[in-house]
Write a protein that binds this ligand. Structure first.
Ligand code: AMP
Length: 411
């Protein structure tokens, strides 16, 4: 887990601002869910035989012994909220987004934390139309492009549906059964319950074995085949750069048909991933509503922005600096700041410092363009000295005219 320090906040805020603009343009509405959820939301949604549910959830102890967890991901929570509030009434498609902290008990390493932040975009609709798969991928790419992240590629695959996946599962099981001695403990255990998970294992030996594992494309039913073909055609129409990755399955059980991950060349990790989850809403008790979405990791996005030396034009409004000399001026300073605030003038101070020199030093350090020097005489006369900190030129202005003069000078 990590702190986000003041010097990083402007970049975080800028990324979120661009996220909100993209959401607004593409008609996604915001839906925030609590950080705590009942464990079963994820046990049922993400699946029992996944890393998240088996090993990574943080349980919260409560007096009444409820099984609550810190949310490890958002789709389960979004689905719970969608059903609970009858959001299908808002019409179809329901385009929804959010960002916030997620928690997974992982082995911390580059790009992998125990508390991290995700941006999530989802489309829930009455139809499993492949145009929405393409649209969520488009929105993801547009967000990353708006953040000026270079060299994007989308790794994409389909994992079929209830009808065609069982035959593929069987073939995978047969393939791996002959290699049992080389599998890691987790894969050995999952071979019976969820063989698709084996394709997601990051252990060296299992990664090696994956290379020759069967691929689903040979087993797809006609609707899944046509669906995937249509998704790829839309991506081509949009000129979005994609690579087929026939072994991409993603680590969560709720996916069906399309799955994808987005990379920026040079980074060792994916910036985000997602896919279609057509059965999840029904599984959690709602009406059958196909859906597709993705999650991006904010820490990873920020890391790539920094490593690619991207300039997002983050500017802070220059603040003028109020200097007081003497008790009377000090006493009136806070009210004077209030007056400037009403006039929408950004001002800062270091009122506990008494000497002119010490206060000027602070003004210089933060790069203020102007200082206001408020002394005993000025406090009596309801005036103030404006000092241009670049040229050193000063002038006396009445407090009544102050806001107007400052605005003119800052312009
Ligand atoms: P997932 O929810 O596992 O599909 O992950 C989607 C995205 O969230 C990943 O591509 C990462 O960008 C981000 N992410 C997932 N787990 C972590 C983590 N432990 N630390 C940082 N980012 C993560």
């Amino acid at each position: 887990m990590h702190d986000i320090l003041p010097q990083d906040q402007p970049l975080w805020e800028k990324v979120r601002k661009i996220m909100r603009e993209i959401a607004d343009f593409y008609n996604f509405v915001r839906l925030d869910t609590p950080i705590l959820e009942r464990a079963e939301v994820f046990e049922r949604a993400v699946g029992e035989a996944t890393d998240i549910v088996e090993k990574q959830m943080f349980f919260v102890q409560t007096k009444s012994k409820e099984r609550l967890v810190l949310r490890p991901e958002r789709t389960g929570a979004l689905t719970r909220a969608y059903i609970e509030h009858g959001l299908s009434q808002l019409g179809s498609p329901f385009r929804v987004y959010a960002d916030g902290p997620m928690f997974r008990y992982e082995q911390p390493q580059a790009g992998r934390f125990r508390q991290f932040h995700q941006i999530d975009f989802d489309i829930i609709s009455n139809e499993d139309d492949p145009i929405y798969d393409a649209q969520v991928i488009l929105v993801f790419c547009r967000l990353l492009e708006a953040l000026k992240i270079k060299n994007l590629t989308v790794a994409i695959n389909t994992i079929g549906c209830k009808n065609c996946r069982p035959a593929y599962r069987k073939e995978l099981q047969n393939y791996y059964k002959n290699l049992k001695d080389s599998l890691c403990g987790d894969c050995l255990r999952r071979l019976e319950i969820n063989p698709l998970r084996l394709l997601d294992c990051k252990q060296g030996k299992c990664l090696e074995l994956k290379k020759d594992a069967p691929i689903i494309i040979d087993h797809l039913c006609a609707p899944c085949h046509n669906h995937f073909k249509a998704v790829l055609e839309y991506l081509e129409e949009l000129s979005l750069p994609y690579n087929l990755d026939h072994h991409l399955v993603r680590g969560l059980d709720y996916y069906t048909k399309t799955v994808f991950e987005v990379f920026s060349q040079g980074a060792d990790f994916s910036l985000g991933g997602g896919g279609r989850y057509d059965y999840l809403i029904e599984l959690l008790g709602g009406r059958s509503s196909p859906a597709v979405g993705w999650a991006a990791g904010l820490e990873r996005v920020i890391e790539v922005i920094k490593s690619q030396n991207i300039n997002l034009g983050i500017k802070s409004k220059p603040k003028i600096f109020l200097i007081h000399i003497g008790d009377l001026a000090k006493k009136k300073s806070l009210l004077l700041i209030e007056e400037l605030r009403k006039a929408d003038i950004a001002v800062t101070e270091s009122l506990a410092k008494e000497s002119l020199k010490a206060q000027l030093r602070v003004a210089d350090k933060i790069g203020s363009p102007l200082a206001l020097i408020f002394g005993q005489k000025e406090a009596f006369e309801e005036s103030i000295i404006i000092r241009d900190l670049k040229t050193g030129l000063q002038e006396v202005v009445s407090l009544k005219k102050l806001a107007g003069v400052i605005k003119k000078k800052l312009r």
